[in-house]
Structures are given as structure tokens and as C-alpha cells.
Design a protein around this ligand. Sequence first.
Ligand SMILES: Cc1cc2ncn([C@H]3O[C@H](COP(=O)(O)O)[C@@H](O)[C@H]3O)c2cc1C
Ligand SMILES: O=C(O)c1cccnc1
Length: 349
Amino acid sequence: MSLDWLFAPCAQPAVEQTEAARAHQLQLTKPPGSLGQLEAIAIQLASLQRTAQPSVDRVWISVFAADHGVAEEGVSAFPQAVTGEMVRNFASGGAAISVLARSLDAWLEVVNLGTVNDPGEIAGVRRAIIAPSTANFCVGAAMTEAQLDAALEVGAQSVRAAQRAAIQLFIAGEMGIANTTSATALASALLDEPPSCLAGAGTGLDAAGIQHKVAVLERALALHANANSVLEQLRCLGGFEIVALVGAYVAAAQAGIPVLVDGFISTAAALAAATIQPEVRPWLLFAHRSKEHGHARLLIALQAEPLVDLGLRLGEASGAATVVPLLRLACALHNGMATFEQAGVSNAD
Ligand SMILES: Cc1cc2ncn([C@H]3O[C@H](COP(=O)(O)O)[C@@H](O)[C@H]3O)c2cc1C
Ligand SMILES: O=C(O)c1cccnc1
């Protein structure tokens, strides 16, 4: 499989719609700028959707699930079997993201890229199995080149499915025990910062657990010190679900679909995507600041100002889904408020 598609150009936001939306906001019956980030979101969505009337009624959520070889180093508070068990829970409607997707009337696609405790064929799960797990990246590369290509392609396939459903906003999330270790390794490599500055509690490690995680990460980063392109860093340190997120973000930007990014793991993937192609960056909106320690640092690197900080640290796309109502309200205000002229309200002198 060729990776040529990954370097195909991204869509361009519509500058004229940015200007028109900005001018429109100034006409609405409120002091200029008083709706803060709600104004900025509406303007950004108008530009990305190339319309005077932005909307995020039609939302797509893909959750990519996969297991990690590095779990055998004891870096998570939970056992590896949880990944496969949660795939079943996503599909049967009991997971946080299942409830959020239902409440938002959003499409929910669950994608299994490889779980040790494989739930098999179940309704509502797309099987895109690459291997039961990545390899332990403390011992060797997490995956082969062919597996990297395949995982990127799985993410792009989700975007194509979302495109067929004519969706207006793409969200992706992840599930994979030990994937905060993989995401932290990736963040360390991309930012060239020590893991001690980025590692956090994940599912709930205590201080000693985090110290052990840092030691594991230091070993892994030393082993893969020669990985000096983003794709090589993804291959050596990534997970199948993280690589699928990268593929999805690039494909969404190429397709001209706005993306709402979730928490720490998704943001690490977003940084990888924007490093592969800087033109991905304008298509990304950032939902929330996760409680996971390294997230703030990743957001700074992406010059991203997330909309909320609710102390979330779940993943699964749950933080992004939680913020969709705010995006809908931003659009409703932009499209529905009266202008000074329409309402007969006096504007500033
Ligand atoms: C029941 C359960 C549901 C989850 N949903 C997301 N995660 C989150 O926790 C995992 C990452 O944390 P760590 O690196 O510490 O393993 C990922 O699966 C992530 O999506 C979950 C974790 C658990 C236990
Ligand atoms: O912010 C996240 O994405 C996150 C944090 C902790 C555990 N899982 C995911």
C-alpha cells in the first residue's frame, strides 16, 4: 500500500467567509467580542464549511480501539483485557461515548484494529484487525511499516464513511489500555522533551506508578533515538488506534471536514498529523484541556486554546462529544441573532 495519499494537499479554509462571518458578528445585537470564543468558533466553522450559516447538526464520531504491547511493562492501572471488553460496551451502548453519541444524535462508529481479548464479530463494530496488539516498544518497534500504512488507511476509511453521510463535524476517539504511555512516548519524541515532563496518571497510577512509567518511557525513547521522522516515530512508538487517529485527521483536512479534537491521546495524534502536514492545523478545533499531565504542553505546541476544562481524563472522544452542544449554540447565535438594524437597537457611536 502506498502512503502517497498522506501527502496530498489539504482543503483550504475560505478566507472570504472568515471576513464575512467576522463582519456579520459585528452587526449582531451585542457589544463586539462579548460572546468570546463562541464568536471565534462560529467564524472558524463558517470559514471551514464555506458557508454564511455554519452548522454542526450532523456529527460523526469514530472510536478506534487497539491493544499495546507495552502494557506488559505494567504501565496502566487496568488490565489489558479491558480494551476488548470496552469494544463490546461501546457497541452495546453502555460506555460514556455511547451515551454521549446518543444524546447528541451523532453517528457512532466503533473500529477494532486489534485487541488481545478479541470480542469477535459484533453488530456495530467495524473489524479492521491489524494484529492482536502492537509489539512492546521497549523491546523493538511497535509495528511494521505495512502495519503503519494499514492503520493510517483505517483512519482515512472512517473519514470517507463520514463524508458519505454528509457530516459537518468529525470527531475521533481512542480506547487502548496503556495508550497514554504510547501517546507520551510520541509526544516526547515529537517535542524533544523528556518523558518526566509529560507523563501522567492515565487511568489512575499513583506517584510510584508514574515514576515507573517514566522509567519505561526513558528506555523506549533511548531504544528508538534514531527514529527521526514523524512516520518512523509513529511506527516505533505508536499504537494502531493512535495511527488511525493521525490518518483520520489528515484525511479530514484533505476532505475539508472540520475536526473536533478530544484529550491527551488525540492531541498527540493531532500534533503528529500537523507535523506531517502543517495544513492540517486550521481544520482542528480543540474541545477541552484533559487532566492528563502532558496535555497542556501539547496544546501549547499546537497553539490551541481548548474551549473548556472540566477535569476530564477519559478519552473515547468523550471530551469532544461533551463540547458539541457549545458548538451548536455558537452556530445558533451566529445564524439566529438579530442585527442592530433588524432589531432597531442603537449601535456604538
Ligand atoms: C474502563 C475503562 C474505560 C476507558 N475508556 C477510555 N479509557 C482510557 O484509558 C486508557 C488509557 O489509560 P492507561 O494508559 O492508563 O491505560 C485508554 O484506553 C483510554 O482511552 C478507559 C480506561 C478504562 C479502564
Ligand atoms: O485525555 C485523554 O485522552 C485521556 C486521559 C487519561 C486516560 N485516557 C485518556
